[in-house]
Design a protein around this ligand. Sequence first.
Ligand code: PMP
Length: 381
Amino acid sequence: MISAATPQPVNLPIRPDLAGESPYGAPQLDVPHLLNVNENPYGPGPEVVATITELVTAAAAGLNRYPDRDFPALRQDLADYLARESGVRVAKEQIWAANGSNEVMLHIMQAFGGPGRTALSFAPTYSMYPEYARDTHTTWVAGRRESDFTLDAEVAIATIREHQPSVIILTSPNNPTGTALTTDVIVAVCEAALELDIDGAPAVVVVDEAYGEFRRAGVPSAMELLARFPNLAVSRTMSKAFALAGARVGYLAASQGFVDALRVVRLPYHLSAVTQATARGALAHATTLLATVDSLRAERDATVAWLRAQTYQGSPLQAAESDSNFVLFGTFDDRHAVWQGLLDRGVLIRETGPEGWLRVSIGTPQDMDAFKDALVEVAGL
Ligand code: PMP
């Protein structure tokens, strides 16, 4: 046996803009309470596992062949699910899917960003967006949210006019703040995008609704705006409410022209036959899988109320309004010490957001009890 081990570090011609960069990712640790990456704490039950196993077994017999590049059956299932969830019906040709909404967003940047172009979002927001921009040589601009993490339509329009982005990403509910946008703001942004001239076309607007299913009653989905704006896409994922993060399935709904542009940049056969079968198995049980959403919402609201009732160094603790399955709370003089103290007690949360804030994902009632007990001890509430 010849060992292929090489000395570290090696000198390789990495792109200058990637030199010294480290791979993105939150710590993956083996602790009892995993509340750091906004997963659903409830795994798929035996019925769902049985259906997925059956469909994956059938797919396995054909794994000598490449999968269907255009996955019409899965796109139809996703369109049917969206119609039930949002009340808005789109054709399967208006659906796109990939390995997580991360990859869907990369396709958007590959198709509509690129050298000489700009992508815009409003901070604090999801920290992967600048990485998609970097990887596609797209200039990244972070506009600003208000101190309560809402987005002011006038500020958004002025930022769009100033930077002339080809891609505008609105995250609703936003990560890490949990803030949902109002329809008025999304409409104002879509209208400002229509006024731009990007090589003779308007800009595209992506509303990232990864946490859409957790929104409170009465909060609308941007799905309702699709018929009005052919430059709009609404992105969703099966990783959160659907409890399917391990399968890596994200998707979007948009005009057919938008989807056809994404089909140009995808790798051939990017969605494996196993992934397609798994997603279809889960979608067949959408109602069962989404049954946990109501209890997670209730647990979220209870967590916000509990945090706001706590006193830290003489002042009430703050918790941001949340329409997601997580809560941003703070502020702490030394948030890292609080994060570490919780971890030492078996509770892993996320050190993210503006200085002094921390984010906790909503877990089971047992997870949340462990979180509260540990926080009381560590922060001296
Ligand atoms: N968008 C937002 C706002 C997110 O928070 C996440 C995951 N943390 C994603 C997209 C990506 O999710 P996935 O790739 O698992 O679909």
